[in-house]
Ligand binder design. Structure first.
Ligand code: ZN
Length: 377
């Protein structure tokens, strides 16, 4: 496999391209973020947007909130730095770990905010997980679409035009760049988020076994609805210079936010993706399909930020990526699959130039909170 000569991203990564020096387009975007974007001017642009929406209704904006590091920072920034009154909107995907509730308790109390949580029908979610796994090798369709579509639906219902998301999508994938000031709309939802499957496609797949109205949660509001609302759905990371490590230090210090171990991730990255119990499996799926996991991703970020040497990154990714997560047994029991069936599905979605070796899998360690996870399926 070919790798970026600066970071350790392989050719199998989504949207990756290499230039004549062998440097990937994501590294080039990061250079732009560090040296070319005028962040002071971006801050002023943000203020101009906020001026239009502040104090106009019951809430100034919606902050979508999982409870992970990014949303905790986003909410802190909105309340403390931007002086906004947000409605915190949570899509509960049924995977939250115990640490998430502990962090929410602290963050919501310390910041003083109204919170709205929406959790969709488990039977529907379970069916969607299996269907999207079979079709795309990604079982999180309900979560991708639930987080983004449902939040925008709530924006429409509560008449809150401004929605502020976190980290810019330009950080990791080249669907957009920092120049574009990407906003969330029907097009970007279909291009970046819903895996090419909208709620109507999903309805057809189930041939009437799931009703249309049970899938509405996952349907993005129409262009007419969003136009009528005068919706503006932006990424904070396009207006402020986002630095994950600094943000994590801040939320730990200011809000008492706590990290936790995650499967397949070195302990020093205790802040990464702690919110979902199936994260380790999701990352392992990517490893089976594309040959790299989350440690690779984290190391790439640190290389681009000048915090890690390439050779150390390669060693760390080698050590942590690709281990069979201990949570897989529970996951397979939940979806009613055998391990071979599961790997078969993923290997059907394997990209060229990569071959997953199922004969030599190394088992990962069990997470300390796994004993507390629900076994009601
Ligand atoms: Zn690179």
């Amino acid at each position: 496999m070919k790798y970026c000569t600066r970071c350790i991203l392989p050719q199998t990564h989504e949207t990756v391209q290499f230039d004549e020096q062998g440097v990937c387009n994501i590294c080039r975007q990061a250079e732009k973020k560090q040296h070319e974007v005028d962040w002071e001017a971006r801050g002023k642009m943000l203020e101009k947007i906020l001026a239009k929406y502040r104090n106009k209704g019951e809430y100034d904006c919606i902050i979508p909130f999982s409870g992970g590091k990014d949303s905790a920072f986003q909410l802190w920034y909105a309340v403390k730095k931007l002086n906004l009154k947000p409605l915190v909107v949570r899509y509960n995907h049924w995977g939250f770990r115990p640490i998430v509730y502990k962090n929410c308790d602290k963050v919501f109390k310390k910041l003083g905010v109204d919170v709205l949580e929406f959790q969709s029908n488990w039977k529907v979610v379970k069916a969607l997980m299996l269907q999207s796994l079979i079709d795309t090798g990604d079982f999180c369709w309900h979560c991708h679409t639930g987080v983004f579509a449902n939040t925008m639906r709530i924006a429409v219902r509560f008449n809150i035009p401004l929605v502020i998301w976190g980290e810019s999508p330009a950080e990791y994938r080249a669907y957009t760049s920092f120049d574009e000031l990407e906003e969330l709309n029907n097009n970007s939802f279909n291009e970046m988020i819903n895996l090419g499957i909208n709620a109507d496609d999903m309805y057809k797949k189930f041939k009437g076994k799931i009703s249309k109205r049970d899938l509405l949660t996952f349907e993005f509001p129409s262009e007419e609805e969003l136009k009528k609302l005068d919706a503006k759905s932006i990424w904070l990371g396009n207006y402020i210079k986002w630095d994950t490590k600094e943000n994590v230090e801040l939320i730990k210090r200011e809000l008492g936010w706590e990290g936790a171990p995650v499967e397949g991730i070195p302990p020093e990255y205790d802040y990464e993706k702690i919110e979902c119990r199936w994260q380790g499996i999701r990352d392992w799926c990517k490893y089976i399909k594309r040959g790299h996991g989350r440690t690779n991703h984290l190391c790439c970020i640190d290389i681009r930020a000048g915090r890690m040497k390439r050779e150390d990154a390669l060693k760390l990714a080698e050590k942590y990526d690709g281990k069979r997560p201990a949570s897989l047994d529970l996951f397979l029991e939940m979806l009613g699959l055998t391990e071979d069936e599961f790997i078969d599905i993923l290997q059907k979605n394997q990209v060229e130039d990569w071959g997953f070796d199922r004969e030599h899998m190394v088992k990962g360690e069990e997470l300390p909170d796994m004993k507390e996870w629900s076994k009601v399926f």
